[in-house]
Design a protein around this ligand. Structure first.
Ligand SMILES: Nc1ncnc2c1ncn2[C@@H]1O[C@H](COP(=O)(O)OP(=O)(O)OP(=O)(O)O)[C@@H](O)[C@H]1O
Length: 251
């Protein structure tokens, strides 16, 4: 297994998850996961279907209570915080299948999200909405009902809604799923811009060559465990990763 790179994480992690354990009934989905990262870092998560990737993202975002483990974000223990409170503190996730409010316009969808973020004045909220729409290339469809948007625009809207909450760490769940390579590359441009703003990224994605345009560190999960964590090239050539994820025989 590729060993995790030691990079002054002790005591300085922006996000730190320790001993995470999650069961659904008798099914153990996350087994004693330790995961941490620094501020502004971009980490990709890969692994076979059912490995527990989305569940890990849900655990970090506060989608459900854990069976064991603790999560600290920016020096604060957030284990008992609900998802909405984690979002207000800057820990924000997107969903694999975007579910915008279909009867609302693109603008209204982002406005709802912006209102849920850190408390601020109406002017600031409005400014965040316009900034998010501009960054995600959605000003031209701001007045379109969300249920008339195609898949790429729905994915952009999912990003814009997350961005409007003023995230400091963004958890992206297969934002490129279902898109062509060209469409996914458009999202890469937006996500790179988010990185430039200092926003940390954790990104689950099956389109690995797209993911690798953004992240400097890759984690591979299998059967509820992290089996490799480190430099993307080293992880992708790791014997256990090749066996579990790439479906081949290690060279
Ligand atoms: N709410 C739930 N109730 C019961 N089982 C669940 C629930 N959520 C996930 N699971 C199960 O947990 C396991 C891990 O699912 P998860 O969605 O985290 O995997 P994944 O690695 O994200 O997979 P994929 O790449 O297919 O999205 C699967 O066996 C799934 O069926």
């Amino acid at each position: 297994m590729v060993q995790r790179q030691e990079r002054q994480r002790q005591g300085q992690d922006f996000l730190s998850a320790r001993g995470i354990h999650k069961r659904f009934g008798a099914l153990v989905v996350l087994e004693n996961i330790d995961f941490s990262m620094g501020g502004g870092e971009a980490v990709g998560i890969v692994g076979p279907n059912g490995a527990g990737k989305t569940t890990l993202l849900g655990a970090l975002a506060g989608a459900f209570p854990l069976n064991a483990g603790t999560i600290a974000f920016d020096g604060r223990n957030v284990t008992a915080l609900a998802a909405a409170d984690r979002c207000r503190s800057g820990l924000v996730r997107t969903h694999q299948i975007p579910k915008p409010f279909g009867g609302m316009t693109t603008f209204e969808n982002v406005l709802v999200a912006a209102s849920q973020g850190k408390a601020s004045s109406c002017d600031e909220v409005y400014g965040r909405v316009v900034d998010s729409l501009r960054l995600c290339g959605m000003l031209g469809v701001a007045n379109r009902r969300a249920d008339t948007l195609g898949l790429l625009d729905r994915k952009r809207l999912e990003l814009a809604r997350a961005l409007a909450t003023s995230p400091r760490l963004l958890l992206l769940d297969e934002i490129g799923g279902g898109l062509t390579d060209g469409e996914a590359s458009e999202l890469v441009g937006i996500i790179l811009e988010l990185r430039q703003r200092g926003i940390g990224i954790v990104w689950i994605e099956h389109i690995v060559h797209v993911l690798l345009q953004v992240v400097e560190r890759l984690v591979c999960m299998d059967a509820g465990r992290i089996i490799a964590d480190g430099d993307p090239k080293a992880v992708m050539s790791d014997g256990e990763v090749v066996r579990a994820y790439l479906g081949g025989t290690p060279a």
